[in-house]
Design a binder for this molecule. Structure first.
Ligand code: ME8
Length: 648
């Protein structure tokens, strides 16, 4: 590709305040930027993102004082924590910008001068309600019961002379722009919220200075050395100072870019920033992408509430890639999401260990047995193989569109439908039977179809799970430093090259036990062992073969699975037992399997138990399970057998 033909993708995270250490919320925004950049690089674009630290203003001075440090020493320490954290979370391809960087300060001053010269800054007297937490004045109308709507604290009434940015002059223009550009702010609910802010008429000109008598920790105004610049005016300009400012070569190449923020800072990004750009005569950003909050114990994470989730601790405990997968899968971009270790473990066990991990482990161990871990030459595809190939291309293309369109959770859900389709294809094609029957040609085609599909899944997952994807690709015999997901790779199924050497086994995503189960297991171990008795629970005495023969245990295929409407832990299964018909059986699997993961699986069940009613629904039998290391696992026949087949 020629240099001129390369397209660019530039995105920013918020420039985080360095008044406290980074937590899960900051990490999520930064991981999203990292993943989008990785996706655009996979698509062959030149791409990076900007993150950084917002180091000026009252808030920082107060935090430094509390810590007994001078502002500069304090911001150096906390900014350092952010800078050290990102590489440990697999975050790459970024520039880290600090607002105390002299280059940034110079660019801010030159842009302030430009706005001043254009007549959009004036001097006036002012009295307003100042919230130190938000670093901004609120008008009477904006307060809720006299309190700051963000911090629920009483702002201080401050009267002083200050410089003002003529924001009100541009409000009608902005309203028109947001109305006529439906995806300028997305998802839609935040666009509506931004328009709502403009409707209410509570917005005034923006006070952009702080007198040095009150605050010196800021960038001096170029036209009045008695004042420093308002921290938001300074911080927002980082998005372009990190590109060398409007005259920089990178600005010409990468601007306009994309922004990524959570809903707490919608107003400065949806209102102040576009107006600042307009006033400076610069092109507006492409999109403002707004996500919700990560909640912990159902409230926004905050140090004072003591509910902070430490991202590094989670990544260390559960594996960085699994943790990243969970964050992208669990949060519907735009809505709030609740973090809990329980839901993290459920996702890891169901999606990664069971669905994806199992696929890799099954297929690679079969390849080792059947073809000495070497990709064979496939024969012509039949209808079933073609259906997999078509599904794969569709799934990849949907994935790229949805992920690129910031619909991460849907993108992964869509990809997992294909993961599950491949698992189903293993069951329906039964490679073990083809091997037994010596049908090597057909076996080769089935295995190559599987490996090709798995390779495409690994490619799609590069942005979300960079290390695990690289491992999956290397297990498939491929070790590309620069994988791609465009052109033929995206448009066609192709086939994995014959002769390629594969790993003989795969165990990428270990299962985890839930903390509660662990505690129960320990408790159980501590219990004194009961005497053997035929009635004793957990210590079973002998039974006659006749007693065992009374149990009617059969194999069936789950046709439908859904959550019990009144019992969190229970799934309602419709299981087809062939000539014996379809039965509804309730099973306590909800913590270990998603309903979708169960459909089309073969299971073993006892059919002649007395029907039981559980919270209003009848269960006609019992599905057999075993206690695995990470929780309950299903008992399945080794190969697909006819439904209704008896177990003896
Ligand atoms: O606002 N859930 O910095 P900040 C999700 N310096 N995201 C969260 C979160 C949570 N619970 N908590 C924080 C500032 N975030 C300014 C920005 S930009 C020119 C200046 C993330 O340290 C999310 O991205 O308060 C949110 O918008 C940002 O951290 C706020 O960071």
């Amino acid at each position: 590709m020629l240099e001129e033909e390369l397209s660019q993708f530039y995105i920013t995270t918020p420039i985080y305040y360095v008044n406290a250490r980074p937590h899960l919320g900051h990490s999520y925004s930064t991981m999203v930027a990292d993943a989008l950049v990785r996706l655009h690089r996979l698509e062959g674009e030149e791409s990076f993102f900007v993150t950084g630290s917002d180091e000026h203003g009252d808030k920082i001075v107060q935090a430094a004082e509390k810590n007994g440090q001078k502002p500069q020493a304090f911001v150096d320490t906390i900014s350092g924590l952010f800078q050290q954290l990102w590489p440990t979370l697999g975050i790459e391809n970024y520039r880290f910008a600090r607002t105390t960087n002299p280059e940034h300060e110079k660019i801010v001053q030159s842009l302030l001068q430009k706005v001043y010269d254009a007549g959009d800054i004036y001097f006036g007297s002012f009295s307003g309600h100042y919230c130190y937490g938000c670093e901004r004045f609120y008008t009477e109308k904006e307060l809720e019961n006299g309190l700051c709507p963000q911090h629920l604290t009483k702002p201080e009434l401050i009267s002083e002379n200050n410089y003002f940015f003529r924001m009100s002059k541009y409000l009608p223009w902005l309203k028109e722009y947001i109305t006529s550009h439906p995806d300028f702010i997305r998802p839609e609910r935040y666009r509506a919220e931004a328009l709502g802010m403009l409707e209410v008429g509570a917005l005034d000109d923006l006070c952009i200075s702080r007198p040095k008598t009150r605050l010196t920790w800021g960038i001096e105004l170029p036209f009045d050395s008695n004042y420093v610049c308002y921290v938001w005016f300074d911080a927002l300009l980082t998005y372009i100072s990190a590109l060398g400012g409007p005259d920089g070569a990178d600005f010409a190449k990468f601007w306009p870019g994309e922004h990524l923020v959570a809903k707490d800072i919608l107003k400065p990004h949806a209102v102040f920033w576009p107006i600042m750009l307009k006033s400076m005569g610069l092109p507006l950003y492409k999109h403002l992408n707004v996500h919700g909050y990560w909640l912990s114990r159902d409230t926004k994470m905050s140090k004072s509430l003591g509910n902070i989730v430490e991202p590094k601790a989670m990544a260390d405990k559960y594996g960085l890639d699994a943790f990243r997968y969970y964050l992208f899968r669990e949060m519907h971009f735009g809505s709030d999401a609740s973090f809990s270790e329980e839901s993290l473990i459920t996702r890891i066990n169901a999606d990664l260990s069971n669905d994806l991990g199992n696929l890799f482990s099954r297929v690679l161990s079969m390849m080792s047995r059947y073809f000495d871990a070497t990709v064979p030459v496939p024969q012509a595809m039949n209808e079933d193989d073609q259906a997999i190939a078509d599904h794969c291309v569709q799934a990849m293309q949907n994935f790229v569109t949805l992920f690129g369109g910031i619909r991460f959770s849907e993108a992964l859900e869509n990809l997992w439908e294909f993961v599950r389709a491949l698992n189903k294809y293993v069951d329906s094609q039964a490679p073990w039977s083809l091997y037994k029957a010596g049908n090597t040609d057909r076996l080769a085609t089935v295995m190559v179809t599987l490996l090709t599909g798995m390779r495409k899944i690994a490619l799609c997952l590069v942005p979300v799970m960079p290390k695990a994807s690289a491992l999956m690709l290397s297990q498939l015999g491929e070790a590309s430093e620069t994988p791609s997901l465009f052109g033929d790779e995206l448009q066609t199924f192709g086939v994995i090259p014959s002769g390629q050497k594969l790993a003989r086994e795969s165990n990428i995503f270990p299962r985890f036990e839930k903390p509660k189960e662990k505690a129960e297991a320990v408790d159980k171990k501590a219990e004194p062992k009961k005497e053997k008795s035929s009635e004793g629970k957990g210590s079973k005495g002998e039974v006659s073969i006749d007693a065992f023969a009374q149990l009617d245990i059969r194999v069936g295929t789950i046709e439908n699975a859904s959550r019990h409407p009144n019992a969190d832990k229970i799934l309602v299964l419709s299981i087809n037992f062939g000539p014996l018909g379809v039965r509804q059986i309730l099973s306590g699997l909800a913590e270990y399997y998603t309903p979708e993961a169960l459909v089309n699986r073969q299971v073993c069940a006892i059919l002649n138990l007395k029907p039981r009613k559980i919270r209003g629904l009848v269960s006609n039998g019992m599905v057999l399970t075993a206690e695995g290391e990470g929780g309950i696992v299903l008992l399945q026949p080794e190969t697909t057998v006819p439904n209704g087949g008896a177990i003896a």
